[in-house]
Design a binder for this molecule. Sequence first.
Ligand SMILES: C[S@@+](CC[C@H](N)C(=O)[O-])C[C@H]1O[C@@H](n2cnc3c(N)ncnc32)[C@H](O)[C@@H]1O
Length: 180
Amino acid sequence: MAPGRDRRLASDVATVATLLTGGERLLEVGPGAGLLLQELLAAHPGLVATAVDRSPLAVRRTRGRNAAAVAAGRLTVHEAALADLTAAVGPDARFDVVVLVDVNVLWTGPATAEVATLVRHLAPGAVVVAVQHPPDPARRADIAARVAASLTGAGLSVRARGPDEDPDAGAVVVARRPTT
Ligand SMILES: C[S@@+](CC[C@H](N)C(=O)[O-])C[C@H]1O[C@@H](n2cnc3c(N)ncnc32)[C@H](O)[C@@H]1O
């Protein structure tokens, strides 16, 4: 992997790890090649994960890279767009941590339906962490503000909003669903 991508992945792993205490039900939207899941599942043995990606290639790559976790029942991968999450995971599925890395649906335009669908599947107190690594780091603050607006518009409270000084950290937004 190129050094820049390596550093970004390490930064993403560290960002998500701060939200894990063990045994969470994690959902990743848009896992792409499944690299972040590979790292998280290896480092957190109690973690159980679900992934949805609208790309058949991404689904194949995520399943292939994480074949042992799939076989062990720790990872389920669905081919679905975020808007179709309920049909993919079932109406009763709830997640404690939801991760989106470089999935631009939360900031490129109104994503009201997608965010409402996501919120429906959050357990009380669940967190959503969205990270964007724009090619131009100067865009991070604007992107973080747009992502934060999408999430607060759906009733979540934003707990943290990047960017920090580390350019590999991207635009990070962490938002929480109320506990009641
Ligand atoms: C730029 S890639 C990022 C992949 C990975 N998260 C990473 O950081 O390397 C975006 C991924 O999100 C998926 N994606 C984009 N919009 C989506 C949506 N609305 N629902 C589901 N998957 C989506 C794409 O198919 C792709 O696999």
